[in-house]
Design a protein around this ligand. Structure first.
Ligand code: GLU
Ligand code: ZN
Length: 310
């Protein structure tokens, strides 16, 4: 009997790549999030990787009812293919996982109960450590903070290069459980990325300064640190982040071809030829994906080699 040939066919194959797009359902998909989705999708597919969507609805009061469905439908209409069912942070099983993580941090004697008001903290550049000795839950409302070490946490970002923070002097003790009863994004994101086996995070540069906190939490929780790539933000000719009217505009009814081309342009990629089908456009984008072409922290909208459809 002829033996099955098991040699891998294409050289850039990286079987263990798992990427993700993690929108917050605070509103419909807008162009800024589309750019992040396109970047994480193309990078995953160019590595023959898997691509997951996670609905970051941890901050329930900020969620817009129905926005999750709108986002999912828009992504599907734009031709994104999901490799797994969408994971919601609000699922009971996720909440249990966050609780276990919090208990583990608790056992390391780093957590404390903070009853400070916004007004009390505001005059200080960083949290001044006021409640550090409060190790038992007080009466009334409180947030739970983690005491950070005087230690540098750094990464080599695939786009932004080296980035680091000394958590004690650049960040301060941060919140892992909020006064309003919800887990903090910083905690949920590391627990979820680890649980979903995410190896590569491609997301907006606005979250770069959160990454050292996430590296710290990963270490404390014994989780693997993924690779990171933080994509630049699109700004107008005056250097301002695109306004609500443009950047944050609902794109669910816009033409997918036009917006995907514009997103690729914002990501410094080559301009694709006009394709007849969305799947052909995606294939072209994936085949020509080159993350090295993405540079810097900002992309000027008027410098894009495609006219703005927004
Ligand atoms: N949910 C976050 C956002 O929509 C993204 C978080 C992440 O990618 O780590 O801004
Ligand atoms: Zn406090």
């Amino acid at each position: 009997m002829k033996q099955k040939d098991c040699t891998p066919v294409s050289s850039p194959r990286q079987d263990n790549y798992v990427g993700r797009f993690a929108p917050s359902p605070s509103g419909p998909l807008h162009f800024g999030s589309l750019v992040a989705a396109v970047a994480s999708y193309c990078d995953a597919r160019a590595h023959n990787g898997r691509w997951l969507v996670r609905m970051e609805d941890i901050d329930q009061p900020r969620c817009m009812p129905g926005a999750d469905r709108i986002i999912i439908n828009t992504l599907k209409r734009f031709g994104f293919i999901f490799d797994e069912p969408v994971l919601y942070q609000s699922y009971a099983e996720r909440q249990r996982a966050y609780t276990r993580a919090l208990e583990r941090l608790q056992s390391q004697n780093r957590l404390f109960y903070c009853t400070c008001t916004r007004k009390q903290i505001k005059p200080f550049p960083l949290y001044p450590g006021t409640c550090r000795q409060q190790r038992q839950p007080p009466n009334g409302e409180y947030a739970i903070r983690i005491q950070v070490p005087h230690e540098v946490f750094g990464l080599k970002d695939r786009i932004q290069g080296p980035y680091q923070q000394n958590l004690a002097t650049d960040c301060g003790d941060f919140i892992v459980f909020r006064k309003n009863g919800y887990f903090a994004y910083q905690l949920a994101v590391v627990v979820d990325d680890a649980e979903q086996g995410v190896t590569d995070i491609v997301r907006g540069i606005d979250i770069l300064d959160s990454t050292p906190r996430q590296l710290f939490l990963q270490r404390q929780l014994g989780l693997t640190t993924p690779r990171y790539a933080h994509i630049p933000v699109v700004v107008d000719a005056n250097g301002h982040k695109l306004s609500k009217q443009t950047f944050a505009k609902d794109i669910s009814r816009e033409d997918p071809h036009t917006l995907i081309r514009f997103a690729l342009s914002a990501l410094g990629q080559q301009t694709p030829p006009r394709h007849t089908s969305l799947s052909a456009l995606w294939q072209w984008a994936i085949d020509h994906w080159d993350i090295q072409r993405i540079r810097g922290a900002v992309v000027k909208q008027d410098a894009l080699n495609a006219s703005s459809p927004l």
